[in-house]
Design a binder for this molecule. Structure first.
Ligand code: NOJ
Length: 745
């Protein structure tokens, strides 16, 4: 080979790396990454670690404007968020193809509960306790978004939430680490489908790492202070589950944890995630969370913020521009090692390779697929089923529900009966033609009733003001009806990011409206829309029938109508405890017993209790009724003691004692009676969903091994300890049958 030929070949390789990579098809991804890495300048490396918001919709405060397009052309950008649609993503990817190395961009977006077809809020879906349904909801979101050019969703949010004042409880799976872990896994599997590389797979992003849900006072973005045992036993398990399920990426969080902002927290990102858990994906910061380490008082300027975040293991900087402006200098100054930059860039490039973007940067830009998914009716049907499974029946005195389709006059009252976009809830995209797809409560019920049933309507009041001027009309309307359905709640934008509330009662005069209607003596059904547990004691104590309807998505009205008229028998169970008052918060079922536990809700004899409020929640974790009733037999154990290498079976018989067929979620809780550290009074360790015909009985069995008894001790070792245990099985965390067993040495 002569020198000239060799020089030309090098130039070809440098100028046309796409060609080079294609030629190298047979190499492993690692080898391909190394070939690309070798061609990259330090500036281009840092560019890969840089992510900007697009111009479609901002989901945070825009930090600084800049010439994004020219930066893309210079290879100074690895990813954009909030860019969607085949045309738009194509346009930007073309710019990336004009860069020296033609490294494709990643397009990320918050696909939290659906893209085009909006599914129930994640918290509502969690109430279904149905992993298959949750996975298929995420699957459809993945299919629809990937068809619109998106590569990456910033979901699932797997933050444990024990404080309903925090507006983001709507985005997660509630308070329990076991249920939360199963749901984390289901959502990751759903988004990523058969795996990256398929044109319908989105990269998942487990967020917000970590402990973001424990913001002090439930105030969003607030600091978090917690013991490492609580972190490991309660807050980390869903993240571990997401990592084990193959989540492609993680997002760190805004909060500080025990004094160190999560974004600059090497213990979280390097030691736990990339170390102990051996996570191979990459970590993106939250929106400007690198820069926000300055107001946290953890970095004096962006130079120091970039230094701390990069060294702590944050691979990509979302919107703060700290990396693009400082990392090159930090490397040259010897403050950030090139090996860390290489590691971050390799992780990012690996995902681009796995997605297949190096082979075809426009792989997700397919107009036909986009069109097919834009109005996919099958997806709507699946959404309806998911919505039905999410509705929780909280009360049903004298079997007021289901309503007969023969009812002559039904009054529909309240500010949400005809609400349209509200049904989608926070974190949903407001497509211009969306309203035509959304089924309101009014529409859903109108479609369901017989021709000779008359629907009456009065709004009654607004969601959140003090005017009672609509009450008189609402009362008159109610008086004319055989049954009244009142739909109240919080506005859909009262939950979500930056939507913490100190008062979580029904807003405005809505509970006054319920009282006024109830005083007519007509049978009343209340439906509550919300993104969090609300406080509504008067309603809970006085109204005969209550459905918790969250925000149910595109098909909300149809799903609600099916439940109201008995075409779907409610089966959902609360994924969070519902407090009696804000004063009980944080409230959760898996608390420690204390040295002075109250014997019951009225025990005030120098015990751990409030003098003005019972300890128990208004509705416990795991609670939810059906139109039929289930009775539980006593528990039977295959043995009363096991050795650590043995397993045993606990079983009982559940009988449908009512007149309708129905689904029950049988829940198994365990208590470790004495430990080297105190252990919760109950921990969910299993559940089974069974369908029973009226009058039918089924034996339900759970197999227990030491794996169900493990926890992180004070040295953060994951262990079991021999001794006495209690087992509880029931239809929620409060109403349970009990048995005991011993784990021998
Ligand atoms: C901030 C939120 O905390 C995060 O969850 C979201 O993914 C980003 N903004 C991007 O919108």
């Amino acid at each position: 080979m002569n020198k000239k030929f060799f020089k030309n070949l090098c130039a070809l390789i440098i100028l046309m790396p796409q060609v080079f990579i294609c030629m190298a098809q047979k190499k492993t991804i690692e080898q391909k990454i190394d070939s690309v890495l070798k061609l990259m300048t330090l500036e281009e490396n840092v560019g890969q670690m840089n992510q900007y918001n697009g111009d479609w919709e901002a989901t945070g405060p825009i930090t600084k404007d800049g010439d994004k397009q020219s930066q893309i052309r210079k290879g100074m950008l690895g990813s954009m968020l909030n860019v969607t649609g085949v045309d738009h993503t194509h346009e930007l990817q073309e710019m990336a193809m004009q860069s020296r190395l033609k490294i494709p961009l990643l397009f990320g977006q918050d696909i939290i509960h659906g893209y085009r077809t909006i599914f129930p809020l994640p918290l509502a879906e969690a109430a279904s306790w149905d992993m298959e349904a949750i996975e298929s909801s995420a699957r459809i979101a993945g299919i629809e978004a990937a068809a619109a050019g998106v590569h990456w969703t910033f979901a699932p949010m797997v933050d444990i939430a024990r404080d309903p004042r925090w507006g983001r409880v709507m985005e997660g799976a509630g308070e329990d680490p076991y249920l939360g872990s199963l749901i984390a896994k289901a959502r990751v599997k759903g988004f990523q489908g058969k795996g990256l590389g398929n044109t319908d797979a989105l990269m998942a992003c487990a967020k917000h790492f970590a402990a973001y849900g424990a913001a002090i006072g439930g105030r969003d973005y607030n600091s978090v202070d917690m013991s490492l045992q609580t972190l490991w036993n309660i807050y980390l398990p869903p993240f571990k589950a997401a990592a084990d399920a193959g989540a492609a990426t993680f997002m760190n969080s805004f909060n500080s944890l025990n004094g160190i902002p999560a974004t600059g927290n090497a213990y979280l990102q390097r030691d736990i995630l990339k170390g102990r858990w051996n996570f191979k994906g990459f970590v993106v910061s939250d929106w400007n969370s690198v820069g926000e380490m300055i107001p946290h008082g953890f970095a004096k300027d962006n130079y120091e913020a970039a230094l701390k975040a990069a060294n702590a293991g944050c691979d990509m900087d979302m919107e703060s521009r700290s990396y693009i402006q400082n990392l090159v200098k930090l490397v040259k100054d010897g403050k950030v090692k090139m090996k860390l930059i290489d590691d971050a860039v390799k992780r990012i490039l690996k995902k681009k390779f796995e997605l297949g973007l190096f082979d075809d940067p426009f792989k997700f830009c397919n107009k036909v697929r986009e069109k097919q998914q834009w109005d996919n009716k099958e997806n709507l049907a699946i959404e309806k089923t998911m919505a039905e499974k999410s509705i929780v029946l909280l009360k049903n005195e004298n079997q007021l529900l289901p309503l007969s389709k023969q009812t002559k006059k039904i009054a529909l009252i309240g500010p949400f009966i005809k609400a349209v976009r509200d049904n989608l809830g926070f974190w949903s995209y407001q497509w211009p033609d969306d309203s035509s797809r959304i089924v309101t409560v009014w529409d859903g019920i109108s479609k369901k009733i017989n021709a000779d049933t008359k629907l009456l309507y009065a709004k009654g009041c607004n969601i959140n003001d003090s005017s009672t001027s609509g009450f008189a009309e609402a009362i008159e309307t109610a008086k004319q009806a055989d049954v009244v359905i009142i739909n109240v709640g919080e506005a859909s934008d009262m939950t979500g990011e930056a939507k913490s509330r100190s008062n979580i009662h029904l807003p405005g005069v809505q509970e006054e409206l319920i009282k006024a209607i109830q005083s007519t003596g007509k049978p009343v059904v209340v439906m509550i829309n919300a993104g969090r547990p609300l406080v509504f004691n008067w309603t809970a104590d006085n109204v005969p029938a209550i459905l918790y309807t969250w925000w149910l998505g595109t098909e909300a009205g149809d799903a609600i109508a099916d439940v109201l008229f008995g075409d779907y028998n409610p089966s959902a169970k609360l994924p969070m405890s519902f407090p009696r008052s804000e004063g009980q918060i944080p409230i959760y079922y898996n608390y420690y017993n204390t040295g002075r536990p109250a014997k019951n809700d009225s025990d005030l004899n120098y015990v751990s209790a409030y003098i003005d409020l019972p300890n128990s929640p208004k509705f416990p974790f795991g609670y939810g009724l059906s139109y039929t009733n289930f009775s539980y037999s006593d528990i039977q154990l295959s043995t009363n003691s096991i050795k650590p290498n043995q397993k045993f079976t606990v079983s009982l018989t559940v009988t449908n004692t009512g007149k309708l067929d129905g689904k029950e979620t049988v829940q198994l809780y365990i208590r470790d009676m004495v430990g080297s550290v105190v252990r919760p009074v109950k921990e969910l360790k299993g559940f089974q969903q069974i369908f029973l015909k009226a009058g039918e009985s089924k034996k339900v069995s759970f197999t227990i091994s030491v794996n169900d008894l493990k926890f992180y001790n004070d040295k953060l070792e994951y262990i079991y300890e021999p001794g006495d245990f209690k087992i509880f099985i029931g239809s929620n965390s409060r109403d349970v049958k009990e048995a005991a067993f011993e784990l021998l040495k």
